[in-house]
Structures are given as structure tokens and as C-alpha cells.
Write a protein that binds this ligand. Structure first.
Ligand code: ADP
Ligand code: ZN
Length: 824
């Protein structure tokens, strides 16, 4: 039912609705609605509204009132698109908090939250879908016919064709059914999985008909058997898959066909749930004594309404503890949100959890297609009263959760929880805590290397700390050995980037049929190409960075904008033919390994090898199945992966992480190395880790090698206190970007001065970041340090005011002004 009742002759009954539009403007927009519409509309329902001269956009109803806007005349809405809200009530509260805290608009949050398919607008281009479903109406038929002739059509062209105001809702429905689709930004096109089912035709479903049938069938033995088997099965299941029928009943396809031809059986297709996972009905593992103690401590703290940080060393079995907590929540009919930092990890955790909870799991991540997103969304929204686990990366926080009993934030220290661009620039961990408070759910953070922020919160009593200090099976933590490569170079003990020590250790592992992980925090072959004669290095034409050499296709690539060019034959500056490479990435390591160990199977896991939808899964599975002996990769390898047969982990160069110009570099290096090291020796035997470095006496490396998180925390928090960095103060970063560097200088000066007037010495910059131009835009940053004692809200209001004044200066209008609260 879609209402659009004209009631204009009764002008006393004018109602208004404020809507959220998926655009970056900070304000809400007001439209006029009729009384009938006002009665029907609820917060969180979509409405199609006219916007600008001729556009129609999808908006979200936010609040109703009777006050006409003063600045403009409210237009009428175009139509109501939903019969019930498509977002949950607690979601709105979260959105409001996000908008305020991260200083962005509700529209930006709406856009980040809703699946694209929900945000149809007049300019959206639609195509014919892959599903051949019957159309239910003449109008649907018209649209499909239109798409037969024209491959892509804009939504407003369809509106013109069917001349009714229900175009938007009709198109939305067809999109959700898969009859039509919109352009996918995902690599894989949607293919609905159709499964064939079998049933007896209605004519024969009564029992007396059946008897005649059986008599009739007496001579066709196979068909008779098939029928008997059908009735046997039909008592057990509601729907009988054709494949299952064939297999279990040992019925041939030709027997089925004869029965169909006789009009006894019917075959029909049903779309199966693509995201439904198989349940193998395994019970949970029994916890070890240490795990039980930790679990009880967690529960006790939950009872006291405390947020808990579980600091459990790598392979201590945190996932097993989570599983127990999840089970309890499902029994209560509650939802559990399980956040993971990375899709790579999702793959493994799905496999582990689905053994226990398959039919209650909903998975969500950025590589899902439009259709899959809608499916997950609806599943969560419409199963309010069933236990469910929602498993996913950062953005699953934005799903229509409404009945949360527990939020687990696994690997809580991970930086990928923070969204950098575009707005909302939210931190999923911090936002999840707010969401948990809104929904009054338990909150558990877990990590072997907690963030300084969270650990600090346990010290000041905001969170409870639960520790788990033994590995499952009492396997000892791996031995960590620091190898001085300066010395190795001097003594000519290096082969390429491998020290003799590392090569020896690899050989030893391989000879014992064990696997090896090698970590290098850079992809490509070499980050810099340099002319031997004049020192020239090719830079990106759009960005202020050197181009990375990718050897396998002999090209130079920019890791910031994607620009590619062929490797020049000679130096473009002086013409000399000798170009050298400096530094090294995963590709070079893989090539060197191949020549060191020609017989061995090697795989590489980095951004370049995991771009396809199932890229991660393939590599992880191959390594799990021991089809690969050595896995080379970037930081993706550090994120909680659990492999049983890895005995050696090698870190090829610890120094570039440590020297990274960022106040978190040391903390991050500790986390990265400890986590990568934690991939070794996870099942029976103690593993081994070799870290190659020019600086073996570095305090962080010493702390990594002795697994001394406490010492690292103490040192680092001291520095943060001294130099006033988070978690001691809060940071707000303002980034200005423009293609004209001169104008940018002027604008950033203006901004720096205005901010300094208000915040004094708490302002750092404006300064150009180490990469001062990306995609042809020059960049300036200003950092504002906000002491915890001062009111954050007031500081933000001041910043917003300054932003408004900035935007009112005509010549600055084309400058991008981004605000990032708690930047990473
Ligand atoms: P963490 O998340 O702390 O790194 P995991 O939960 O991945 O640790 O556990 C490490 C390995 O030990 C996994 O393979 C897991 O299946 C196994 N494991 C941990 N606890 C148990 C248990 N209680 N029973 C059986 N296996 C366990
Ligand atoms: Zn570039």
C-alpha cells in the first residue's frame, strides 16, 4: 500500500516532515505531507522527495511537526516508499551520536549505513537483472521490455514511461527481487542461487487419489519406489530439494522426468538464501581451566555492567571464550554483534563459528554485492526476536541492530576499525561502545596487544581488565630472535634480503614439513626506483610520492591514486640506462624465495593478490590445506589468523615500521610484530620467530622479544603524557585540500590563525603531511589537542563556528574542509 492522497483543499491540515537526505549538507530538509501521510509515516521510513530543479532523491523520515520552514516553501513529498521503517529505533540514536561526536551530517551517516539499493534516485541507472522472475504486473512487464531495448535506463526515464507516482517504489521492489539491478561497484555480479525443488501435484495430494495412483503404478517399479520415497521424505521436510531427492532416494533423473511428464510430480525453483551457511551441529569445545576462570571474570563484570577488556595472549583461545558468551546470548534470544578488523580474518572466524551457530549467523562486509547487503540488512531488521550473530568488519556496526545482548570487538587495537575517508570518520570500537550503551548490551573488547587507549581505560577504572596468560594446550609462546642485518651485511652473510640465519631456519622448518610465514610491510617489488647516475626517481604525476615498481608486469604504480606507467628504459632525466631499485616489498621477497627454494610452493597475500571477492579465502584455504609451504604477506597476516602448522615466522625488516613518522609508530610496531609472531607455534610445538633489523637494541624490539606488553605500555604512556597525545588528550584533525597550492597556503594560514585565537598553543600546524599531494590535491593539516578536562562539546562548537566563517569566505569555497575526530 503506497499512499498519496491529495488533500489540498483543506489547508488547515498541513503537516510537515523533516527528512535526512544522503548528502553532506548538515541540515535536515522539510517537506509537506498530508494528514493521511502523517498518520501513516513513521520515523525511519523512506520517502521519495523532489530535490533541486528536477531531481528525485530517497530520503528518510526523521520527525513530523506542524511548523512551516521559514527560509523556503516546503515542497510536497513525491511518495512514501516503505510500509514499515527500514532502520531500527536504536540506530537513530546511534546516528545522532555519530553525527555529533564525529562532526558530520546525518546524511553522510545515512549514506554510509544504507545499502545502495535503498537509495534510489532519479539519476540512478538501472539494468536488466540476471534473474528471470515472472513479472507481477503490467508495469513491471513494461519496464522489463524497456530494458530489453535499451541496456541502461535512468530511473526518471522509467518514471516517465509508467507515468505514475509509484515508479520509485516499483523499481525498489524490482531491485530487491533482482529483476533489475543497478551498477555494481563490486567485482562480482549478483547471481541468485536457484535451487530446484520437487513436489507432488495438487491433484494427487489427497490420500484416496494416491491409492489409485499406486495401483496404477504397479508396473513401473522405479517410479513406484520413487513415489514411496517421496512420501517418506515429505513427512520429514517442508521442501524437498530435487538434488537431495535424487541422491538419498537413489532416484534417476529420467524417473523423475517420467513422473513429471505424467503430471504427478512438479518441479519448481526457489531462490535459496545465499548467505545461509551449513550447520554441522558441533557442540562448543570445553574450556580449559584458565579459560573458565577468564570467562567467569568476564561474566562477573558484565553483571556489574562493566565493559571488559580481555587481554589474552595470542592463541590463548579468546575465540572459544567468545563462543561461550555468544551461546548464552542466543539462548536468551538476543543478538550478538561480532566485530572483526578485516575480511581476511572474517573468512576464518566464519568457518569456526559456523560449526556451532551456522543458521543463526549473518555475515556482512565490504565485498558483498548490493543484493547481499540488502539480504543481510533485512534479515537483521526482520528477525527482531530471534537470536542472531552478526559478524563483520567496521561497517556492520551500522546495521539495523535492535536487540543486542553482546558486542564483541575482536582485535580491538586494530587501526582498520577507524574509517578515514569519507565521512563519517568513525571508530568502530568507540562507536560500538556507545551502541552497546544505547542497547544496554554487554561489551567485550579482546586483544593480545590492546590499544593504549583501552588499556589506559582499565587503569583509570573505566573498563575491567581480564587476563589470560597461557596458550591453549600450554604451548609456550614462540622464541623471538633478533638478527642484526647490519652485521650480516658487513660479514657478507646476506642473500638478497635474507640473512643466513633466516634461510637456515626456513630450511629447518621445511625439512620438518612445517609451514613458514614471512612478513614484509610493503607490497610491490620496490618502493623507489632510482637512476644510478643522477639520482632521479620517478614520482607520481598526481601525488607527492615515488612510484612503486611492480616487476611482474614491469610497471610503476602509485599506491595512493592507482596511477600506472611502464618502467622507462632509460632515466627520463639524464638518459642513463641503469635504474636501480631501493627498498623492497612482498613481490621482491617472493621472487627471491623462489630462487632460494625452487622446489617449494609459495603464496603471497597482500592488497594485490586479494582484490577479488574470494581472494583472501583462496589463499587462506590453500595455506590451511598445506598446498602452500611459505606464505609471504603484508600486515594482513597479523590479524588473528589461526594456522595449525606454522612453526616459523620471519619479519624481514622491522625498521621501516619503527621509523614511521607518527606518534603511534612504536605502539603499532609492537602490536604488529607481536601479532605476526603469534601466528607461530599455535598447536603443539613451540614456534620460532626471527626478526631482521639494523637496530636490535631498539626498546620496542626488546619488548617484543620478551613479550613485555606492560613495559611497552609504561614507556609509551609516559611519552604520550610528556608530549600530550592520546589517550591523554583528544585530537581533532582538520584537513584542507585544493589543487591550487597557493590558495591552499592562504586558506590554511587563515585557519591556523583563527584556531590559534581560540585554542592557543593547543593548535599544531598548519603543516603539509609527509605526502603533501594526493590525486592532484595539495594537503594541509591542522591538529587541535583538546585536554580531557575541557569540554569537548564546546571545543567542537568553536571549531564548527570557525568552519562556518571559513566557508563564508568566497575564495575559499572550493577548498575541501574535512574534520577528523580522534584521527589515526
Ligand atoms: P586467540 O583468539 O586467543 O588467538 P584462538 O581462539 O584462535 O586463540 O585459539 C587458538 C587455537 O586453539 C585454535 O585453533 C582453537 O581452536 C584452539 N583452542 C583454544 N581453546 C580451545 C579449547 N578450549 N578446546 C579446543 N581447542 C581450543
Ligand atoms: Zn598518485
Amino acid at each position: 500500500m503506497f499512499l498519496k492522497i491529495s488533500w489540498k483543499d483543506n489547508i488547515h491540515l498541513i503537516y510537515y516532515i523533516d527528512v535526512i537526505l544522503p548528502i553532506p549538507l548538515p541540515k535536515l530538509f522539510t517537506y509537506q505531507i498530508t494528514e493521511a501521510e502523517a498518520n501513516f509515516l513513521k520515523v525511519g521510513m523512506r520517502v521519495a522527495v523532489p530535490f533541486g530543479k528536477s531531481k528525485i532523491l530517497t530520503a528518510l523520515a526523521y520527525r513530523q511537526h506542524r511548523n512551516a520552514p521559514s527560509a523556503y516553501e516546503a515542497k510536497e513529498i513525491y511518495q512514501i516508499l516503505d510500509e514499515a521503517p527500514i532502520i531500527s529505533a536504536p540506530q537513530i540514536s546511534l546516528w545522532e551520536w555519530l553525527a555529533e561526536y564525529y562532526m558530520c551530517s546525518l546524511g553522510e551517516i545515512m549514506k554510509a549505513s544504507l545499502p545502495n539499493l535503498f537509495l534510489l534516485e532519479s539519476e540512478t541507472i538501472v539494468y536488466k537483472g540476471d534473474t528471470e522472475l515472472e513479472s507481477n504486473s503490467e508495469e513491471e512487464e513494461m519496464i522489463l521490455r524497456m530494458l530489453d531495448h535499451q541496456t541502461d535506463v535512468k530511473v526518471n526515464e522509467i518514471s516517465n514511461l509508467i507515468e505514475g507516482k509509484n515508479a520509485m517504489s516499483l523499481i525498489s521492489k524490482m531491485l530487491e527481487k533482482g529483476q533489475i539491478k543497478i551498477k555494481e561497484e563490486i567485482f562480482e555480479q549478483y547471481k541468485p542461487k536457484l535451487e530446484k525443488y520437487i513436489k507432488i501435484s495438487d491433484e494427487f495430494s489427497s490420500s484416496d487419489k494416491l491409492e489409485t495412483l499406486m495401483v496404477h503404478m504397479s508396473r513401473a517399479k522405479k517410479q513406484r519406489e520413487a513415489l514411496l520415497f517421496y512420501f517418506h521424505k515429505a513427512r520429514q521436510v517442508d521442501f524437498l530439494k530435487k538434488s537431495q531427492f535424487e541422491k538419498e532416494g537413489n532416484v534417476s533423473a529420467s524417473t523423475i522426468k517420467s513422473l513429471v511428464d505424467k503430471g504427478i510430480f512438479e518441479i519448481y525453483s526457489k531462490e535459496i538464501d545465499r548467505i545461509l551457511l551449513e550447520n554441522s551441529n558441533e557442540g562448543l569445545s570445553d574450556l580449559t581451566d584458565a579459560q573458565k576462570v577468564a570467562l567467569n571474570e568476564i561474566i562477573e563484570n558484565f553483571d556489574k555492567e562493566k565493559i571488559v577488556l580481555l587481554h589474552g595472549i595470542t592463541s590463548s583461545g579468546k575465540t572459544e571464550i567468545y563462543s561461550k558468551l555468544i551461546e548464552d546470548q542466543l539462548k536468551l534470544g538476543k543478538q550478538v554483534l561480532y566485530l572483526l578488523p578485516e575480511i581476511a580474518l572474517t573468512t576464518q572466524i566464519i568457518n569456526r563459528l559456523q560449526k556451532y551457530f551456522a543458521d543463526q549467523m549473518v555475515v556482512f562486509h565490504s565485498k558483498y554485492s548490493n543484493q547481499e547487503r540488502v539480504e543481510s540488512w533485512n534479515k537483521i531488521l526482520n528477525h527482531k526476536n530471534e537470536g542472531q550473530i552478526i559478524l563483520g568488519a567496521r561497517s556492520s556496526l551500522l546495521l539495523p541492530l535492535n536487540n543486542l545482548g553482546l558486542i564483541i570487538i575482536d582485535e580491538e587495537h586494530e587501526h582498520s576499525y577507524k574509517q578515514i575517508d569519507p565521512a563519517p570518520r568513525y571508530h568502530a570500537r568507540d562507536s560500538a561502545i556507545v551502541l552497546g550503551n544505547i542497547q544496554k548490551s554487554n561489551i567485550l573488547l579482546g586483544s593480545a596487544t590492546p590499544s593504549l587507549e583501552s588499556y589506559h581505560n582499565t587503569k583509570v577504572g573505566k573498563y575491567a581488565l581480564v587476563e589470560l596468560n597461557s596458550r591453549f594446550g600450554d604451548v609456550l609462546l614462540p622464541d623471538i630472535e633478533l638478527t642484526d642485518i647490519k652485521d650480516k651485511h658487513k660479514r657478507k652473510r646476506m642473500t638478497g634480503h635474507f640473512s643466513d640465519r633466516l634461510i637456515e631456519a626456513i630450511q629447518e622448518s621445511l625439512s620438518k614439513q612445517e609451514q613458514v610465514i614471512l612478513f614484509q610491510n610493503r607490497r610491490g617489488f620496490a618502493p623507489v626506483v632510482e637512476c644510478e647516475t643522477c639520482g632521479f626517481s620517478p614520482n607520481c604525476i598526481h601525488c607527492d610520492v615515488t612510484l612503486t615498481f611492480h616487476k611482474y608486469n614491469n610497471e610503476l604504480r602509485c599506491h595512493y591514486c592507482g596511477h600506472r606507467e611502464v618502467l622507462p628504459l632509460a632515466c627520463p632525466a639524464c638518459g642513463n640506462a641503469h635504474l636501480n631499485t631501493k627498498g623492497f616489498g612482498t613481490e621482491q621477497i617472493e621472487i627471491e624465495l623462489k630462487s632460494l627454494f625452487p622446489e617449494i610452493k609459495i603464496a603471497r597475500m597482500d592488497y594485490d593478490t586479494t582484490r577479488t571477492k574470494h581472494g583472501y579465502q583462496k589463499i587462506i584455504e590453500a595455506f590451511e590445506n598445506r598446498e602452500v609451504d611459505i606464505l609471504v604477506g603484508t600486515q594482513m597476516l597479523s590479524k588473528g589468523l589461526d594456522f595449525k602448522h606454522v612453526s616459523l615466522v620471519g619479519i624481514l625488516n622491522a625498521d621501516n615500521m619503527l621509523n614511521f613518522p607518527d606518534f603511534r609508530a612504536h605502539e603499532r610496531s609492537f602490536q604488529l610484530m607481536t601479532q605476526v609472531a603469534g601466528r607461530a607455534g599455535r598447536s603443539e610445538n613451540k614456534g620460532q620467530v626471527i626478526i631482521q633489523t639494523y637496530n636490535p637494541y631498539h626498546q620496542i624490539l626488546q619488548q617484543v622479544s620478551t613479550n613485555d606488553y606492560g613495559a611497552m605500555y609504561k614507556d609509551q604512556i609516559y611519552e604520550r603524557q610528556q608530549f600530550k597525545y592520546p589517550p591523554i588528550v583528544r585530537l581533532v584533525k582538520i584537513t584542507l585540500k585544493h589543487k591550487n597550492n597557493f590558495l591552499l597556503e592562504k586558506a590554511s594560514d587563515w585557519l591556523g590563525k583563527s584556531l590559534t585565537n581560540q585554542f592557543g598553543s593547543a593548535v599544531l600546524g598548519p603543516a603539509s603531511p609527509s605526502i603533501s599531494k594526493i590525486r592532484n590535491l595539495y594537503i594541509k593539516n591542522v591538529l587541535i589537542k583538546i585536554e580531557k578536562r575541557t569540554a569537548l562539546k564546546e571545543s567542537k562548537e568553536l571549531i564548527q563556528k570557525i568552519k562556518l566563517s571559513f566557508e563564508s569566505i568566497a575564495e575559499f569555497r572550493s577548498i575541501r574542509f574535512n574534520i577528523d575526530v580522534d584521527p589515526y
